[in-house]
Design a protein around this ligand. Sequence first.
Ligand code: GDP
Length: 202
Amino acid sequence: MAATRSDPLVVKQLDFLGGMASVTGWRPDTGLPEVAFAGRSNVGKSSLINVLVRRRAAARISRTPGRTREINFFQVNADFVLADLPGYGYARVARAQREEWRPLIESYLRGNQALRGLVLLLDVRREPGAEDREMLDFLAAEDIPTLVAITKIDKYGVAVGAERVAAIVAALELDPDQVLPVSARTGAGRDELAQAVVDLLR
Ligand code: GDP
């Protein structure tokens, strides 16, 4: 076997710092850089965060009742803060309720000096939705460096998966360099994502 590459992100310590529940609510003030994760409900965000930090239960905290609509913050080593944004665009609730996430997420992101970048997750099987486009527009307007993780690529074979990724890149006019196909199920793309996050922090 080839020598294993060194892990770009070795998580020795992971601490849950707390949640931001309202526009004027508590948010961390660690002085550390922050990287945020966002995407529509069910995109696979909890699963991917768990794989990224190699902790089965990390993002489970974010799913406990009362926390699903908060921004949940985790400190990774003495290095950075990972912000797990609430999933948006849940189709089965009314538009007004669907929009609840927006003020909280936008107030967290807007003018955030600690924020080094955001990882936006998109499901490989879905056409990007209005919320995804609005999020990308918002991030561009705010000059927030953005990575796009295309999740669940294990759902397709290599060729079809690559076609789907290319279709999403074209639909959203993404820079292919900002796009990372990933699978929480197989671990594909985990190290590339870890490296990209580390690069954002530099
Ligand atoms: P979240 O709502 O964005 O946090 O999404 P979850 O991580 O809870 O995942 C939503 C659903 O997608 C669950 O049923 C997961 O098992 C499934 N899922 C998540 N990641 C993957 C993946 O990489 N591959 C596959 N096939 N399913 C996944």
